[in-house]
Write a protein that binds this ligand. Structure first.
Ligand code: SAH
Length: 257
């Protein structure tokens, strides 16, 4: 039997947010290479016939380098196995899925892709933040904070006037927040940091661009986290005390009858 690779988006980390297609791909897998942010606790049941390989990526510490992951995918598929590459969120949202696709294609291996629920949208949602809201924001931009954004990028983002969603952005948060203010965004723009979305320790910290760095430090906010910047943060429902505070202030400033 000839091998193949299926790149599977595993969603933001909770098993019931796997798609039916993802569950089917896992059920038929002979090898699963999985990331830390993908749901992996019950892989033994979801992929009962598969060899499970933790290629555990974490910020600043890639247990297995990307080229090695790609080499393993190709090697297992060339050995005739059905390989699932289980990734967090959607494979093609800041997840290097395109590189894995290219590596397999270059080796002549057939590849399927199963989309996943991206954390960029789902994690803000879990914190009660809609990324768009009629009359408040009609767009969102998802950016990587892995490296600091350039002044040109910060200028474009600030000029869009929509919601900004930053992934992998905790280390560069000081540069991002200061840069956006420098680029013209109001220091009072609300910011939410949503840590560990859909996990037991999910926590939302709400602040403003001007004080988010101090707030994040005070509560020791840490990766994995999604940073949401924009007026939609004021809509966060049922959040923590800080969220209520911002909402009360927003209600006070708004034209409520
Ligand atoms: N392809 C993934 C994103 C990979 S980049 C997707 O579509 O979701 C990894 C970053 O995603 C993390 O640094 C963090 O910013 C974010 N992330 C992924 N899962 C998360 C979760 N459950 N809670 C908070 N942030 C998460």
């Amino acid at each position: 039997m000839s091998g193949r690779v299926t790149l599977v988006g595993g969603g933001p980390g909770r098993e019931d947010l796997l798609t039916v297609a993802a569950v089917r791909a896992l059920a038929g897998a002979e090898v699963v290479l999985y990331d830390r942010l993908a749901p992996h606790e019950h892989l033994a049941e979801l992929a009962p016939r598969a060899e499970l390989v933790d290629v555990g990526k974490r910020p600043g510490h890639h247990a297995i380098p990307q080229h090695e992951i790609e080499r393993l995918l190709v090697e297992h598929a060339l050995a005739g196995r059905r390989v699932v590459r289980l990734k967090g969120g959607d494979p093609y949202v800041l997840g290097r899925g395109g590189e894995e696709l290219a590596a397999c294609r270059a080796a002549g291996i057939p590849v399927d892709v199963v989309p996943g629920v991206t954390s960029a949208v789902a994690v803000p949602g879990a914190a009660g933040i809609p990324l768009t809201h009629r009359g408040i924001s009609c767009m969102f931009t998802v950016v990587s904070g892995h490296a600091p954004l350039s002044d040109a990028e910060l200028g474009h983002l600030a000029g869009l006037g929509g919601t900004i969603v930053v992934l992998m952005g905790m280390t560069t948060l000081p540069a991002t927040a200061a840069g956006l203010v420098r680029a013209g965004m109001a220091a009072g723009t609300p910011v939410a940091i949503v840590e560990r979305g859909f996990q037991a320790g999910q926590r939302t910290t709400v602040a403003e661009l001007g004080d988010v760095v101090a707030r994040a430090a005070a509560v020791r906010a840490a990766s994995p986290a999604i940073i949401v910047i924009g007026e939609v943060v004021r809509l966060a429902a049922g959040g923590d005390g800080a969220a209520r505070e911002v909402m009360q202030r927003a209600a006070g400033l708004g034209a409520s009858p």
